[in-house]
Design a protein around this ligand. Structure first.
Ligand SMILES: Cc1ncc(COP(=O)(O)O)c(C=O)c1O
Length: 380
């Protein structure tokens, strides 16, 4: 059997950036400001400049980033927040963790993102239910922005705020607007396997709303006021470690080149696989950072398909095998009145292929050949 092909290969980037990152970490060890050291403020400035948001506020992880925005909006029991059913648990967890009600909305089968018709009828349902609709958390799944023109129009008409959960999509754009500048706020994650990942947990909130930014700055440090012994609101402890900021500053320097590489790899997959499996679709005017390259296999036995690739030494992954409304912790929350049939179906059809900026053409070609064979072997 040829050498195994991992799903993601953080080691390749580590080898490429090795010396620069070692030096950045050494600098932090030398100055010793492990919490809120100078690298944190520098990173926040560079992240804001990168996407064009007025404020970038770093924090402990992408889940906290969502929680901080929801806390700043004073989300509480009785409030309903609309989010897709087909996403990572953190999207709904942040809402439910504050005692509010996530309302699960269906997604579009081509983009994997919020379906506007399902959103509209879910809002109508909630208005009649006694819960108070307050906001929408849209997700930019697999690196591609949701269809924000429609979502923003609905949010404006209904008086709802919009948070963009761009844990997987920092660096992407929507019709000329950079992710980080849409909605009331955008959140992201720097979990290691994200397109821009650190060496542990990390996250950030982006907003152009100064009042919201001030509140989040306070909330991430125990709700502090003029200093750390002045507590003006109930907050949390969610700061990005200086060491992670130092790592991210180095990675941010090469991020644009890595995004270009991911896009090149995605188009090569499209060319090689588009006639045998359903390859991902990108909205007109949007760009993806390809956090995942996710196929749909409507006519295949997915288990057989994955087994075939495993035997060929190729690691694949399923994001997500179970939508949130099917999870024990979330199954009691309201769902779109027209159902979540697309979320349910996609959970059985999707599979993601190895995708990272350091995937060589030779390895990618090996994967593509094996995927073609696997799809024919697993035809139903
Ligand atoms: C869509 C989405 N939202 C939120 C998160 C949470 O980010 P973190 O793991 O940094 O808390 C993730 C992480 O995978 C995610 O994919």
């Amino acid at each position: 059997m040829p050498d195994g092909i991992p799903f993601n290969e953080l080691g390749a980037q580590r080898r490429y950036l090795g010396h620069a990152i070692d030096q950045a970490i050494r600098n932090v060890l030398d100055h010793g400001m492990y919490v809120m050291g100078p690298e944190v403020a520098q990173l926040e400035q560079e992240l804001a400049a990168f996407c064009g948001a007025k404020h970038a506020i770093s924090c402990g992880n992408g889940t906290d980033a969502l929680t901080l925005v929801l806390m700043a909006k004073k989300v509480k029991a009785g409030d309903a927040v609309f989010c897709p059913a087909f996403t990572f648990a953190a999207t709904a967890e942040a809402v439910a963790g504050l005692g509010a009600t996530p309302v699960f909305v269906d997604i579009c089968e081509d983009s994997f993102n919020l379906d506007i018709r399902s959103l509209r009828c879910s809002i109508t349902m909630v208005k009649e239910s006694g819960l108070k609709p307050v906001g929408i958390v849209a997700v930019d799944l697999f690196g591609q922005p949701a269809d924000y023109d429609d979502i923003e129009a609905v949010a404006a008409r209904e008086g709802l705020w919009l948070i963009c959960d761009a844990a997987q999509a920092f660096g992407a754009s929507y019709k000329g607007r950079q992710i980080g500048t849409i909605g009331l706020a955008t959140t992201t994650s720097f979990f290691p396997n994200k397109p821009l990942g650190c060496y542990g947990d990390g996250g950030a909130v982006f907003t152009s709303n100064a009042e919201l930014a001030d509140s989040i700055l306070s909330l991430r440090v125990h709700g502090q006021g003029k200093d750390k012994f002045d507590n003006v609101q109930i907050g949390m402890n969610s700061r990005l470690d200086t060491l992670q900021a130092a790592v991210l500053l180095e990675k941010l320097k090469i991020f644009p080149v890595e995004i270009t590489a991911r896009r090149r790899i995605a188009s090569r997959y499209h060319e090689r696989l588009g006639d045998v499996v359903t390859v991902p679709y990108i909205l007109a005017g949007a760009t993806s950072v390809w956090a995942q390259y996710t196929l749909r296999l409507p006519r295949c036995d997915r288990e057989l398909f994955q087994r075939y690739l495993t035997t060929a030494g190729i690691t694949t992954a399923v994001y997500y095998p179970r939508p949130l409304h099917r999870q024990p912790a979330y199954s009691h929350f309201p769902t779109a009145p027209t159902g979540l049939s697309v979320s349910d179906r996609l959970a059985t059809e999707v599979v993601s292929l190895p995708m990272h900026a350091y995937l060589t053409e030779e390895v990618q070609d090996r994967i593509s050949v094996a995927v073609r064979k696997a799809s024919s072997a697993a035809q139903r």
